[in-house]
Design a protein around this ligand. Structure first.
Ligand SMILES: Cc1cc2nc3c(=O)[nH]c(=O)nc-3n(C[C@H](O)[C@H](O)[C@H](O)COP(=O)(O)OP(=O)(O)OC[C@H]3O[C@@H](n4cnc5c(N)ncnc54)[C@H](O)[C@@H]3O)c2cc1C
Length: 596
């Protein structure tokens, strides 16, 4: 049976010592986010995830969603769990109090999301999509739409979707065909087919609000001609009660590799009534609000799966007895030693641990900047924070989901043959983690976003929001002897990142294919350096606490040892990534298409 315990101690370390909750509660609007309140919220959230959501994860995977007479049934227990979730107000945790939310920082919410994704990724898809719809509507919806629909999304009685993908287009949204025709009353009639729509149809809520990308009759070609519409499943009457059925229906659901308890639907729109969100032809801008928040959230899905995979791998490695330690028998009273004694098993466990803890600290820093970008009184500070988030979003999405998949595979490997068996529970994590690398823009597309859009933006201004603080922290750490063994590898890796950046800027300007060929390796190199930066910060804090004799010494010592592993065993991958990047596009492009 798989296990899960929310990593509260590590989350508190990240919140209190790496990000600094005091900075967060100093932002206007977040005064209530005191350490005590945040602590209570996280403890309650942990309980919900461990006791309500986690027990449904494996059964939900086994049962999956069912499609019956045009309706979707979620697996046993999901509806009750969802009711528990919304009745406790979790859906509105970080939403605007004007619409019934609790107005807590996004950072607190994202920590809760990590727990949810560890406990039950499929379940998390339903509230996650609703939050995405809330974000887009809150930013771009008219006052009337906001008043009418946001309270329902915030209290969770209605849910949301994002309807982008069509049978012939996923990545290239410029070629979507769904049409929107203006009606006399100011609404629009939407017609078209969307596929792969998460939470498109289900039995958890009384209504579903679809955010749909479609083209107006006079739309210019490409992404500049896409508009965003809000299309409810049931038309609400004047007092907000779901009334007549709208012209949208689920045609079927997908039978898929993972997240089987999350419904993935074909949605048919036929003269469905909808309302424009934002300006005509500017739908991509609104959709990007939803997608950017969703990309960070998908990164956190990867982190959640990395954490639960790690926990199960460690649990098994302590119990499973096989072979004897190479340095002498460790458990003489037993027929064999636990496999945790073997260097290769430890390498697997430490890899998952070092990636996961590094990602948690980095993710928290990025989401903290999201809060600053929204709440800080100073405009320049808000802009800088927003640019940092823009830069880091593709890295969080792609790196964290790669880490999630790698850690899930590690958990299977540590379990040996038992890991391959469904009942053990860890092979589900591999299957569930796989989609995170694909949806919300594949990881390859994230890498192109990083090199093609984020690097050159404003003559590299976005990049400076990362390069400057990292360079500064490295310089400061160089002055401290006790940080030497940690900062030296980071300084070398950072130099490789700077060289790679210059190389891509130089070659990519002349030939975009060069930038495209380097993109994925560059994102990984960037991400590894970013994790190294997080580890340096964590080591510094841990050393300071140990020197002061404060807190849980075992926790801080483990941080330092894990950092040592990261710097010595994982960060050097940056060398080979740099070599691969420098090899350029030719080895990829010279084989003729026909020869494949
Ligand atoms: C379980 C599940 C849930 C989903 N949920 C939703 C949802 O809620 N709403 C929604 O709208 N969609 C959803 N999707 C769709 C998902 O976002 C798309 O599958 C994804 O964006 C990729 O699109 P595609 O499948 O058409 O692949 P394609 O776009 O056909 O891409 C195929 C491959 O080519 C690569 N590629 C494509 N174009 C380029 C390029 N220009 N340069 C380099 N490489 C390129 C891609 O990286 C990929 O590896 C979901 C999909 C699944 C499977």
């Amino acid at each position: 049976m798989p296990i899960y315990k929310a990593p509260l101690e590590d989350v508190r370390f990240v919140l209190d010592e790496i990000v600094g909750l005091d900075k967060l509660s100093a932002l206007p609007g977040y005064e209530d986010a005191t350490p005590e309140l945040v602590g209570q919220v996280l403890e309650e959230g942990a309980k919900l995830c461990e006791e309500v959501l986690f027990p449904l994860n494996q059964s939900g995977d086994g049962e999956g969603c069912r499609f019956e007479n045009g309706e979707v049934r979620t697996p046993k227990g999901f509806k009750e769990a969802y009711t528990t979730y919304i009745e406790a107000g979790w859906q509105g945790l970080a939403c605007d109090p004007a619409y019934g939310g609790q107005g807590l920082p996004k950072l607190v919410n994202i920590m809760l999301e990590e727990f949810i994704c560890s406990a039950n990724l499929s379940f998390g898809m339903y509230p996650g999509l609703s939050l995405g719809a809330y974000n887009a509507l809150a930013m771009y919806g008219s006052d009337e739409l906001k008043q009418r629909f946001l309270p329902k999304l915030v209290d969770g009685t209605w849910s949301g979707t994002m309807c982008l993908t069509e049978p012939h287009c996923g990545t290239d949204l410029g070629i979507i065909r769904t049409r929107a025709v203006p009606a006399e009353d100011g609404s629009f009639k939407i017609t078209g087919t969307k596929i792969f729509i998460s939470a498109g149809e289900h039995d958890l809520t009384e209504n579903i609000l679809h955010l749909v990308l479609a083209r107006l009759p006079d739309a210019p070609a490409g992404t500049r001609g896409i508009s965003l519409f809000l299309v409810p499943k049931f038309m609400p009457d004047a007092d907000g009660t779901p009334g007549a059925r709208n012209g949208v229906a689920c045609g079927s659901i997908e039978h898929k590799m993972g997240i089987k308890a999350s419904s993935t639907c074909v949605m048919n729109f036929e003269d469905a009534t909808g309302w424009l969100v934002g300006e005509p032809h500017k739908g991509m801008r609104a959709m990007f609000v939803m997608m950017n928040a969703a990309r960070l959230a998908v990164g956190i899905q990867g982190l959640g799966l990395a954490e639960v995979s790690y926990q199960n791998a460690v649990n098994y490695a302590r119990e499973r007895l096989q072979g004897r330690s190479l340095s002498g028998v460790k458990a003489p009273d037993k027929p064999a030693d636990p496999i945790i004694v073997h260097p290769d098993v430890r390498k697997n466990l430490l890899t998952a641990r070092a990636y996961g803890e590094g990602a948690r600290a980095l993710g928290a820093l990025v989401v903290y900047h999201l809060d600053v970008a929204e709440k800080h009184p100073d405009e320049r500070t808000r802009r800088d924070a927003d640019e940092f988030v823009q830069l880091m979003t593709p890295i969080v999405k792609a790196l964290f989901t790669d880490i999630g998949f790698e850690s899930a595979n590690i958990a299977v490997q540590v379990h040996g043959g038992h890991g391959f068996i469904w009942e053990t529970g860890v092979e589900q994590y591999v299957r569930d983690a796989r989609i995170c690398q694909i949806y919300e823009g594949t990881n390859g597309i994230q890498a192109l976003d990083l090199v093609g859009r984020k690097l050159p933006q404003d003559m590299g201004r976005l990049l400076r929001h990362f390069f400057h603080p990292v360079g500064r922290d490295i310089e400061a750490a160089m002055e401290k002897d006790e940080l030497g063994e940690f900062v030296m590898p980071l300084a070398k890796a950072f130099a490789k990142l700077q060289q790679a950046t210059a190389l891509i800027a130089q070659k990519g300007l002349k030939d975009p294919e060069e930038a495209g060929a380097a993109a994925s390796d560059y994102l990984r190199l960037f991400g590894l350096v970013a994790l190294g930066w997080s580890w340096l910060t964590m080591v510094e804090k841990a050393q300071a606490r140990l020197a002061a004799g404060e807190g849980n010494a075992a926790f801080y010592e483990a941080k330092i040892k894990t950092a040592r592993f990261y710097m010595a065993k994982l960060l050097p991958q940056t060398n080979s990534l740099f070599i691969t990047i420098a090899a350029g596009a030719k080895p990829l492009m010279e084989l003729e298409d026909a020869a494949f």
